[in-house]
Design a protein. Structure first.
Lengths: 185, 478
């Protein structure tokens, strides 16, 4: 297949900004214009950006709570059943199902499962790992992990219009703007 | 990861030099992994590898011949093995303290140190786990410690602090590893995006999980980080408390004390900070990262060593006081014996290194001198090893009946297992600083002056007020 045979179609607009102030103002105008499928890419978390993008609170805490409760329940059930019922052990004159000596392991398993919830829950909510994403088609995008800030607006968005979207991004004074295309087989 | 731009208090100077920008941070930290290693690195790595060999030979010999190859005897059934275990676990604690506790307290200076310290935690715990693993005697049935169904229809004894230890230390290792990896993901993305080398692109790319700095991701990421910090804080306190239960719940004079959990935790933080400092002083020298790990960082660390060293000193004197106040003659004897008995030299080495040497940090001149602090951190590392030796060996060697008293002396295999674990630690650490970003780049960038937007609220009616505030905070930073 030669070069002319490759067909391309636009997937997103990518705008590059130099400063945190510029990108946060741009994000506010994209939010106010009513876009849904868009994102901001920053080298480190910017404070106030969630609000500027109109995002709510992260739901991760609920996942962690659920995992933590599972951990503590699992610990109690396991120890009670193993040492209190299935193979009763009398150690140090304590009853086989003594509560106090269960506490350390209850705590440890709560922490362990909560941490699994926090880490794997976060990756699941973020849909990571995901090695393939159209933003990576841009040659300039790799600067996001150094010191540049980007806004991407996807073609999939209902409000996307090649000219209007471009005009909106340009009004925020980006240092660079690019229509990122992907190849179609 | 800060709520607002850096606010300077009276007399406080900037943490990092003015020319440190986000791009500078990426460049300085990443170049360590991209350029050929300096001679200093090969030196450290080579020596470490040699000692790793010593570990291999010692452990191999020991597995073949059994743990009788150690100097442990009756009455000193625990000796260097448990000393080393507690010492390494304690060293690990500083990493979690820096990454979690200082994060919750919004101490931004931690950003230059935390990656480093977390790596140290993981490697120290690996070294620590070596000893109880060997000490069980029959390594091939180590899984009996876990609640797994077996042909004997037996379950572990959940009332034993030794089993709590299994859960505490393995949870600690797992959580530390996850915390560390989560922190590394955005920095792996930086390494991935900088490189033109195909193999590096693949490996760092795989490790970065396709990270694209999305704010929708940062939102969950920051929450995960906060939750992990909040979970790690009680976890780190619990781990050394549980380790101290191994002693405190026994009926040995010198061990059976309620002061043990906080005393052990303070000692752990103390020794851990000393080890972080030792490693930092070497690494910033070898890789020339003095702009990012500044004297200010080292000075703050020295202040923490001064505080925890004094706490440890207080615990030593309180132990003595309680032994006298208890009126129990065995308890009293153990403490008199520690200071004046056959192991007096170990006791006084401990006091000199742990209580007296950190007091030099009261002087600003001494705590900002690299040679002085390097010497003191080494002394603290030695002193804290002797602390565990004193607690374990001097308590055991003379307990109740004089007829069962004895002495402990280490064998060559004891020495090989200990120096070898240092080899394991430094080998892992050298590999880490060579191939992983040793400073948390994204966290340092986020805490730089001007890194955060000056406008937090953009509602029309607040615009004027925040504008004024922004000017003020700008004026404060520059």
């Amino acid at each position: 297949m030669n070069d002319t045979a490759i067909k391309k179609r636009p997937v997103l607009y990518l705008a590059e900004f130099d400063s945190p102030d510029a990108v946060i103002h741009a994000a506010e105008s994209v939010r106010d214009a009513g876009y849904q499928k868009w994102d901001v890419h920053t080298p480190y978390p910017l404070h106030g950006m969630d609000k500027a993008m109109g995002l709510g609170d992260s739901g991760l805490g609920w996942i962690v709570l659920l995992c933590g409760l599972t951990g503590v329940t699992a610990a109690v059930t396991m120890i009670q059943w193993m040492n209190g019922y299935d193979y009763p052990l009398v150690i140090g004159g304590k009853p086989p199902d003594a509560f106090a000596s269960m506490v350390p392991i209850m705590f440890e398993l709560t922490v362990l499962l909560s941490s699994f919830g926090a880490v794997f829950g976060m990756f699941a909510l973020n849909e990571l790992p995901k090695h393939h994403h159209p933003v990576f088609f841009s040659d300039r995008f790799e600067a996001f992990s150094n010191d540049k800030f980007f806004i991407s607006i996807e073609v999939e968005d209902k409000k996307f219009d090649e000219h209007k979207t471009k005009a909106l991004l340009e009004s925020a004074h980006p240092t660079f703007i690019e229509l990122v295309e992907e190849e179609i087989a | 990861m800060s709520a607002e731009g850096p606010i300077l208090e009276i007399g406080e100077t900037r943490l990092l030099p003015a020319h440190v920008t986000a791009a500078y941070v990426s460049e300085e930290v990443s170049r360590v992994t991209e350029k050929p290693a300096p001679v200093g690195w090969w030196l450290v790595f080579g020596v470490a590898l040699m000692f790793l060999g010593v570990l291999g030979v010692s452990v191999g010999y020991l597995f073949w011949n059994g743990i009788g190859s150690w100097g442990n005897n009756s009455p000193t059934a625990w000796a260097w093995d448990i000393t080393n275990f507690v010492w390494w676990i304690g060293i690990g604690h500083a990493g979690t303290l820096i990454s979690a506790v200082l994060f919750l307290f919004r101490q931004k200076w931690r950003t230059s140190v935390n990656r480093f310290a977390e790596a140290m935690t993981i490697f120290a715990v690996i070294c620590a786990l070596l000893y109880p693993t060997i000490h069980v005697g029959r390594v091939w049935v180590l899984f009996w410690a876990l609640p797994l169904p077996n042909q004997m229809s037996m379950w572990p004894n959940f009332k034993s602090p030794l089993l709590w230890d299994v859960f505490a230390v393995s949870t600690y290792f797992t959580v530390s590893l996850l915390f560390w990896y989560v922190g590394l993901v955005p920095d792996f993305a930086t390494l991935r995006d900088r490189t033109k080398v195909a193999i590096r692109k693949r490996v760092y790319g795989a490790l970065a999980l396709g990270w694209r700095g999305s704010n929708r991701h940062w939102r969950n990421y920051e929450r995960a980080y906060l939750i992990l910090a909040a979970l790690s804080t009680p976890l780190v306190l619990s781990v050394h408390s549980v380790v101290s239960f191994d002693f405190a719940t026994s009926v040995m004079p010198g061990w059976h004390t309620t002061i043990f959990p906080p005393y052990f935790v303070a000692g752990a933080v103390f020794s851990g900070f000393a080890m972080v400092s030792t490693l930092m002083i070497i690494s910033r020298q070898v890789f020339g990262l003095k702009e990012l790990m500044t004297m200010k960082h080292l000075e703050l660390m020295n202040k923490i060593m001064l505080v925890t060293g004094s706490l440890v000193g207080y615990a030593y004197s309180m132990e003595f006081f309680i032994a006298w106040y208890s009126g129990n003659e065995y308890e009293r004897y153990v403490f008199i014996n520690r200071a004046t008995g056959p192991y007096w030299w170990a006791y006084w080495t401990m006091v000199t290194c742990n209580v007296i040497s950190p007091q030099l940090f009261w002087s600003k001149r001494l705590r900002t001198s690299i040679p002085v602090m390097f010497a003191i951190t080494i002394l603290i590392n030695i002193g804290m090893w002797f602390e565990r030796f004193v607690i374990i060996v001097t308590s055991l060697h003379r307990d109740y009946l004089p007829s069962s008293w004895g002495m402990f002396s280490p064998t060559l295999i004891d020495i090989g297992c200990f120096t070898g674990s240092l080899g394991l630690f430094f080998t892992l650490f050298s590999l880490f600083i060579r191939w992983f970003p040793m400073i948390a780049m994204f966290e340092v960038k986020g805490a730089l002056p001007g890194a955060q937007p000056t406008h937090h609220v953009h509602d029309e009616e607040h615009a004027e007020a925040t504008g004024a505030l922004a000017v003020q905070s700008q004026g404060g930073v520059t």
